[in-house]
Design a protein around this ligand. Structure first.
Ligand SMILES: *Cc1c(COP(=O)(O)O)cnc(C)c1O
Length: 444
């Protein structure tokens, strides 16, 4: 255990796995398989997740247990068996790491085009490391000290960042460079601090990133993408720098900018402890707005009732439901993916039962290279069964809000599984071949 002065934060890592999975009732064979998976994919929980969130009487089926603990069948059986054999034989660490690296190399580490997008595309500027200019109005910033989380989600699409492969990491401590970039790009109105989890940073470090942004007149909002409310609400209530952090939030609001907490909540059980409710109350008390989002994950929250209960709890506590995401095409996606057709039914099953106050939520949405593609419906058009799709966010803003269609498929789980429908040969965000007759017609 690694105590951190004053705040009683205790992290549990792979070396505690055997004991914890034993508590979940796994037999020796399963515990070894879980340890094998954890040599490939990152594992980290903490005392709050273990003591307050997981229902151990329901483990290993408990959703929060499944949210945070590697599953023995998350990776190909042969890979798990090979590494399990090495662990059983007490093979040298180097040998185990090498086997793990080989398995990792076969998993897609890059969130759709992430590394390529590490170049501002909307100006003539030099590429900035740790900055992604995603959409004309939105820039993502990866603070160097914010590249971990209070606990890890098994389905994390940025998993590669947590396993120490340096070329997969991208982060910076150069806030001055970002401020310069924002001054050259007044069209950017929103900066999103992300990671990892920026709230892993103490107030002193966090304020060194946030304060300079308050001087940028053209910036309208600062967002913080965080799972801290679910995994370590102490950050806003009892940690030694909790009060100072709230004062920082108040300064952002006083500067005339919107401070948006993009809170990652995966399951209604995360809202149960009184401590998280108190954290929400305190953050809202600073004038910050809390918006909630999560991916739809097989075996964790793939049920309309779960989302309905979660959105209701969020509205009750004054938070604003924002996105339901489709699990991205990285890491163990096959294990967690929910087909788009089913994702749409789960979304609709929850959406139809909640008050308009919760219908601020949009989804199911795929955050992909061209933008965010939302599955708006399943329909029959001219005798053809289709998905009705819409870009709710796009690198080319002209594409936003125009409906388009894909052939219906029961099994398609991501954008690249889809084919254009109703005679179209490409999707609106795909470039036309230079001599495409359809394009000539379009221009006539
Ligand atoms: C959703 C998202 C954003 C922010 O888009 P909004 O629609 O403005 O919330 C930025 N970057 C990525 C990668 C996203 O998925």
């Amino acid at each position: 255990m690694s105590p951190s002065a004053g705040r009683r934060f205790r992290a549990y890592t792979a070396k505690h796995l055997d004991e914890l999975t034993g508590r979940a009732g796994l037999d020796a064979h399963e515990r070894l398989a879980v340890r094998a998976v954890a040599t490939v994919l990152p594992f980290r929980v903490n005392s709050y997740v273990v003591d307050e969130l997981i229902d151990w009487s329901a483990a290993p089926d408990d959703p929060i247990y499944r949210l945070t603990f590697p599953q023995p069948d998350m990776l190909p059986h042969a890979d798990v068996a090979r590494i399990a054999d090495l662990l059983r034989a007490d093979a040298p660490r180097k040998e185990v790491n090498q086997a793990a690296n080989e398995v990792r190399a076969r998993l897609n580490p890059h969130p759709a085009g992430q590394m390529a997008l590490n170049i501002p595309k909307f100006g003539d500027d030099e590429p900035l490391s740790g900055v992604q200019h995603k959409y004309p109005e939105t820039v993502l910033f990866f603070p160097k000290q914010g590249q971990t989380c209070h606990a890890y989600c098994t389905y994390c699409f940025r998993w590669a960042q947590f396993v120490g492969e340096p070329d997969l990491k991208m982060a910076t401590d150069d806030i001055g460079a970002l401020v310069g970039y924002l001054r050259r790009h007044p069209e950017v109105t929103s900066v999103l601090l992300t990671g990892g989890d920026p709230m892993i940073m103490g107030e002193g470090v966090l304020s060194r990133y946030v304060e300079p942004l308050l001087e940028v007149e053209t910036l309208e909002s600062i967002r913080v993408g965080t799972k801290a409310l679910a995994y370590w609400p102490q950050r806003f209530v009892t940690d030694p720098d909790a009060d100072e952090t709230l004062r920082l939030f108040e300064r952002v609001v006083a500067s005339g900018k919107n401070l948006a907490f993009m809170a990652h909540f995966s399951h209604p059980n995360e809202m149960a402890p009184p401590l998280v409710q108190e954290a929400v109350r305190r953050i809202r008390g600073t004038g910050a707005v809390i918006r909630t989002q999560a991916p739809l994950i097989r075996t964790i929250n793939d049920d309309s009732a779960v989302w309905e209960t979660m959105w209701r709890a969020h509205v009750r506590h004054g938070m604003v439901p924002y996105y339901m995401f489709v699990e991205r095409d990285t890491g163990p996606q096959d294990y967690f993916a929910v087909p788009l057709a089913r994702a749409y039914e789960i979304f609709r099953g929850a959406y139809k039962n909640v008050s308009g106050l919760a219908r601020t939520v949009r989804g199911p949405s795929m955050s992909a290279t061209p933008g965010k593609v939302c599955v708006d419906g399943i329909a029959e058009v001219a005798g053809e069964k289709v998905f009705v799709l819409r870009l709710i966010q796009a690198r080319d803003p002209d594409l936003v809000g125009r409906p388009f269609f894909a052939k219906y498929s029961e099994s398609a789980a991501w954008l690249f599984d889809l084919e254009p429908a109703l005679g179209a040969t490409r999707f609106p965000y795909e470039a036309a071949p230079p001599d495409d007759p359809a394009e000539l017609v379009g221009e006539a």
